[in-house]
Design a binder for this molecule. Structure first.
Ligand code: LMR
Length: 338
């Protein structure tokens, strides 16, 4: 073979090899980006349904580019562990309640302050306004990026000892709480004993009498069957439960721009959906608890709620410096206007 044609065939072979390598790398990088979304509640709750809707829309609209998989019921991580998992890249998305972030961002305990929001309108204006934006900025720690605030609703009390009608009825009772100092202070203010516990352990702790009661939304009480192991549920609406949808900042910022833009648009859509539907889901599931007949449901009158407002009021002053007087005053101002 002539020298020149030998060089030519070597060159062709190299080109073919390069093309094959390129095709291989191309195939590898064309694999859909996996997004694991971990949460702790049942799929039939506001958050569970919203997470599934996010996955469905993302998998439809970004087919081949993204694959979202939802892991409900603490299947992957409990709330105490998911934020670490997010920071190390073991999971890409989560939506813990705001109370679960409070050891990193104590200001988020704003949402835990009892009877802070006069109504849902004030709550939404708070989330959508300056306060919400400040909260998102504070999430920079732990490489977290806040994507949305999802609604659940107002919390009720359940217990196994006796019917609750006045603040003094809580005295001496052991209540499970999420990991928030405000929630601890709230129960201590009425002489109850708060105990921090992951959501996944609450049912058996109630069943075995490790705790007497807990506070949660109607939907969580229904979907986790807490009502089956609680003799009394009291409709107090004394505190708020909502979620911060979070991701790993590095992961999110490295997504292809078109993918990120579409995912953010889908999140907006789902956030609007949950805001319209969360209360409806809670009310439907409350009705199912009442209809079950296995527990006594008592709705407090406004006058009875006022007694709880008074009893819990010192907690606002106690946490003014921790949460930030400016944030608390911003909500008070909205309460006055609404
Ligand atoms: C709880 O721990 O009670 C809630 O945060 C569970 C949830 O995610 O709604």
């Amino acid at each position: 073979m002539k020298k020149s044609s030998k060089y030519l065939s070597t060159g062709v072979a190299m080109l073919v090899a390069a093309a094959m390598l390129f095709a291989l790398v191309g195939t590898v990088s064309a694999k859909p980006i996996k997004i694991r979304f971990s949460h702790v509640v049942s799929p039939n709750t506001p958050k569970g349904q919203a997470a599934d809707m996010f996955a469905k829309l993302a998998n439809e609209r970004l087919a081949g580019k993204v694959e979202v998989q939802v892991f409900p019921n603490s299947q992957l991580y409990t709330d105490g562990k998911v934020l670490d998992a997010l920071s190390t890249g073991s999971v890409e998305m989560a939506a813990p309640s705001t109370s679960k972030f409070t050891s990193w961002v104590p200001q988020l305990q704003l949402f835990d302050l009892p009877f802070l929001f006069k109504n849902s309108e004030v709550l939404y204006q708070t989330m959508d306004g300056k306060v919400g934006q400040k909260m998102f900025k504070m999430l920079g720690k732990k490489n977290m990026l806040g994507l949305a605030l999802w609604d659940n609703g107002f919390k009720q009390l359940s217990d196994n000892k006796h019917e609750i009608r006045t603040p003094s009825d809580l005295a001496g009772l052991k209540y499970r709480i999420m990991s928030s100092k405000v929630l601890e202070a709230q129960f201590k203010a009425v002489g109850a004993n708060p105990l921090v516990m992951p959501f996944s352990e609450v049912y058996s702790a109630l069943e075995q009498g490790v705790i007497d009661g807990q506070e949660n939304t109607w939907s969580n009480i229904y979907s986790k069957k807490f009502y089956e192991v609680q003799k009394y549920i009291t409709g107090t609406d004394h505190g708020y439960l909502g979620y911060l949808v979070v991701t790993n900042a590095q992961f999110w910022n490295h997504l292809p721009k078109d993918v990120r833009t579409e995912l953010e648009a889908i999140l907006k859509e789902v956030t609007a959906w949950i805001r319209i539907n969360a209360l409806k889901i809670n009310m439907e599931q409350k009705a199912l608890i009442v209809a079950s007949g296995v527990t006594t449901v008592t709705d407090l009158t406004e006058a009875e709620k006022d007694a709880f407002r008074e009893a819990f009021k010192p907690v606002h002053a106690e946490f003014r410096d921790v949460v930030g007087g400016d944030l608390i005053d911003a909500v008070y101002e909205l309460n006055a206007k609404n």
